[in-house]
Design a protein around this ligand. Structure first.
Ligand SMILES: *Cc1c(COP(=O)(O)O)cnc(C)c1O
Length: 446
């Protein structure tokens, strides 16, 4: 067994990581031309299959969630230009920043207001479809709006669904499962916000609370599912279905960028910055984007300085065999969606050669960005969702960021680049809570 000191000697970046300082890491295993993509357990066909399934469910979603009717039952979020925030970032971090800055507003996804409305809802729908097909209640060419009926709700009520969550995944799974008629239990970690638990209880979801962190909540959920017949466990630490639900974002994004007249090609690179917790959300999106744009897209993950689990797993190559606590890092952060101490091994291994790099950001910085974005663009996000917004600053100012640009012959293309920050959550945060976040950031900016 290596000691922490041994690891630091081998990978000096870990010195700052353990000291919870902000770091930037460019991935030595990154393969620009993706020879690795072919070796992966998932491919384009799997993503297409997920996309088709979501289309089958669209008439049902439109019927039971009226807020999705504008997009005919497709759960999708807008991309918005953020020129004023772009200027503000340049000013705050005293560095010129070229290119076009866009925000992907998963914060405003219908139904559950976070990126979890992609993977979480998808996996519940897939499970419901599998059960209904197996029992001869449904055929794939049916109009799925028939699922909104007593007959189906009675059928699904014989089955239960369980999940462990820091909050947002619980919201997605809980709301969707309860709507279909499933019995659903959400196992919540200590950092999950009270308003999320209250909201779920109001929808008839059973909420079990733990004093421990996310990994414990998942473990307990898994135990419950094993001990109960007809219980399906949604495993955030290793689910392929969650991952594919997230990956569908990519093909829709391509059309959205076209509508904004944004070109992505050899001379117009796309940089995407994704806040990362256990890894499924950002991993799935990055996977979908790499299938779509190959070497023309550059994906970076962002984690809190106190919960850098994916980065630790990738740097050491230990993936889910290591937790931040093993390195004396406390996993305490205001970015509750990212408060994860142990990464998904499945995601780490899948994205190991696709990911361009990763960085960490302090909670104070997240709050400053939160208030700045509110001031400049009048967009309100939860702290986790701001982790991606500092990405371009890191890329231009950190040593390994600058080297990444040079090593991939991007220097001359940076003026044509698009920087897409993935805003992963926020629209469901109660107003008073958001005001507190805002005030905290505004004070830090003084
Ligand atoms: C869950 C979550 C993430 C990260 O997704 P993972 O699948 O846990 O990596 C990012 N932001 C918010 C707001 C989230 O809720």
């Amino acid at each position: 067994m290596k000691t922490i000191q041994d690891w630091i000697k081998e990978y000096p970046l870990l010195n700052d990581l353990v000291a919870t300082k902000e770091v930037f890491w460019s991935n030595p295993k990154y393969e620009a031309f993706q020879t690795g993509l072919k070796k992966l357990p998932l491919n384009e066909k799997d993503v297409k299959d997920a996309e088709e399934r979501l289309k089958r469910f669209a008439p049902y979603i439109a019927k039971v969630f009226p807020e999705t009717r504008k997009l005919n039952g497709i759960i999708e979020s807008p991309i918005v230009p953020i020129p004023a925030m772009h200027q503000q970032l340049s000013h705050l971090y005293e560095h010129p920043l070229e290119g076009t800055f866009l925000l992907k507003c998963d914060s405003h996804l219908p139904i559950s207001g976070s990126i979890k409305a992609r993977g979480g809802i998808y996996e519940v729908l897939k499970h419901a479809e599998t059960l209904a097909l197996k029992h001869g209640l449904l055929a794939v060419n049916d109009d799925y709006s028939i699922l909104d009926s007593e007959r189906f709700r009675n059928f699904f009520s014989q089955y239960s669904i369980a999940v462990g969550s820091t909050g947002n995944l619980g919201l997605s799974i809980g709301i969707m499962s309860a709507k279909l008629g499933f019995k659903v239990t959400v196992h919540m970690s200590a950092d999950a916000k009270k308003w999320k638990k209250d909201l779920l209880k109001s929808k008839g979801v059973t909420v079990i609370e733990y004093k421990e962190d996310y990994s414990k909540a998942v473990e307990e959920g898994r135990k419950q599912a094993h001990s109960e017949p007809n219980c399906y466990f949604i495993d955030d630490e290793s689910s392929r279905d969650l991952f594919l639900g997230y990956a569908v974002a990519a093909s829709r994004l391509e059309k959205q960028l076209e509508d904004l007249n944004i070109t992505v090609d050899e001379n117009h690179p796309l940089f995407v910055y994704l806040p990362c917790g256990v890894g499924g959300g950002p991993g799935g999106v990055a996977f979908g984007l790499k299938l779509m744009y190959q070497h023309r897209v550059h994906c970076f993950f962002a984690e809190p300085t106190h919960s850098p689990c994916m980065l630790l797993g990738l740097v050491t190559g230990l993936h889910d065999k290591v937790s931040v606590q093993d390195f004396g890092i406390d996993n305490i952060t205001s970015a509750d969606g990212l408060a994860v101490g142990r990464p998904s091994g499945f995601v780490g291994q899948t994205i190991e050669s696709l990911l361009s790099g990763s960085y960490t950001v302090s909670d104070n910085e997240l709050f400053k960005l939160l208030s700045s974005l509110a001031d400049t663009e009048n967009i309100h996000l939860e702290p986790s969702a701001l982790a991606g917004v500092i990405g371009p600053v890191k890329l231009w100012t950190e040593k390994e960021g600058k080297e990444y640009i040079q090593n991939h012959n991007l220097t001359d293309k940076m003026k044509n680049a698009t920087h897409l920050m993935w805003a992963t959550g926020g629209s469901m945060v109660p107003k008073e809570t958001m005001n507190e976040y805002y005030k905290k950031g505004a004070t830090l900016l003084l």
